[in-house]
Write a protein that binds this ligand. Sequence first.
Ligand SMILES: Cc1cc2nc3c(=O)[nH]c(=O)nc-3n(C[C@H](O)[C@H](O)[C@H](O)COP(=O)(O)OP(=O)(O)OC[C@H]3O[C@@H](n4cnc5c(N)ncnc54)[C@H](O)[C@@H]3O)c2cc1C
Length: 412
Amino acid sequence: MSNVDIPIVIIGAGPAGLTAARVLTELDIDYILLSREKVPGENKACAGFIPSSALRDFDISTFPGAHPVTTVRMKFPRQDMKTVEFGAKVGVNASRADLGMTMLKYVGAGSGEIRFQTEVGHVSVKKSGCEMTLHKQGQFEKLTSEIVIDASGVNPVSLKTVQLRERLPDHLMGYTAQYQMRRPSSMGSLNGVNDFYYGSDFSPSGYAWVFPRGHDIAVGTGGLLRSFKEEKKRMFDYLEHLVSHDDSAKATLENAEVVKRESALVPLAGVVQPSFTDRLMLAGDAAGHCCPITGEGIHYSMIGGRKAAQTAAQAVRKRDYSAGVLSKYEKDWIKAIGSNLKWGLWLQQRMVGSSSGGLGTSLVGSDRSRKLIAEMLVGARSVRATLLAAAPTYMAKKLQRKLQHPAPHHGG
Ligand SMILES: Cc1cc2nc3c(=O)[nH]c(=O)nc-3n(C[C@H](O)[C@H](O)[C@H](O)COP(=O)(O)OP(=O)(O)OC[C@H]3O[C@@H](n4cnc5c(N)ncnc54)[C@H](O)[C@@H]3O)c2cc1C
């Protein structure tokens, strides 16, 4: 007989936690999911682009509030806005509350219980099980489980008490500022068009974005926390510059009002290990499951949540909650998304601070390479495949520059 209240506790109702819940329901394993908000996603700062690959991977058909994206426009320093039309849907823009409610529907009813407006305060992992303190509308209570899947976001709650790894340093942490805006009139032909702005006018080390969905628009900027701290300019100054001075943005945002100002952290750290210990797994942003070059984390977190739930289910069946059994989880997510995290970090570290706004002049110099980048930005091409496909142009341009400006000869 077990001494704990429930085999598995999931903390967080973001894409990682809700996907873990969905998988455990499908596997008929008992769990409780705890999350602090009333409606899943309602408080999450996010631009809300969900790539088609994520929808396909998780059999999510179109849902209320999902706005198809078919076109990407990109502005690089000293270039006009360039348009890449895909001619078909490459993803959708949605509010995080609409995505959250959809994902909740996919969890369905069964072996799990979901408790919203419940904050987890303290997590301890002992030999006999895990123990959490919960706070719900003025009431405190305790809950015990065999395993915890901590999907509570970029600074996971369990790491306050469990010595698993350090908090991510500023050069591996992303920082974002965003306006949620609303236009009185319809966006017309600009609906379905996601804009990306590169260069030091828009972000010291990343990019700014304008993602429309009906009358609503997510307008934001993001980059590495370290570079924002080093700059004198505040993040919202970059955003103001975009909103007030850029002609393309002004056209999209015609008469739009700011309905919400938000800022948030996002992990841009590559493969972060360890992501588990005895009885505990981190999933989603909590485990760094977000692409360091694009900032895309919804699909990655869903994959992290799925893998964590599958391993947790195996551990419950075996009644073995040790790190030895849970280590499978880390192997599985690295196999699935490790390459994009690794190469995304590689590219980010080479491009941050370059004069072309993070992506390298030669990498953005031709229609072909810009199409490749647009495909990477919408999650249709892996980072490695983008680099390999762009490499001939990239290398040729580098060689050309070398030949035009040969290094001075110091020989005797
Ligand atoms: C401004 C911005 C724009 C972005 N735009 C995009 C985009 O367009 N497309 C994309 O793919 N990715 C985007 N991302 C990244 C994406 O939002 C994240 O990678 C993704 O949300 C991570 O999902 P998650 O489930 O791990 O965590 P989250 O979505 O952060 O969910 C964490 C959950 O844990 C709950 N929680 C936290 N602490 C506690 C606690 N103590 N007790 C109980 N519950 C708790 C929260 O309430 C929440 O439900 C963006 C990020 C930012 C900051």
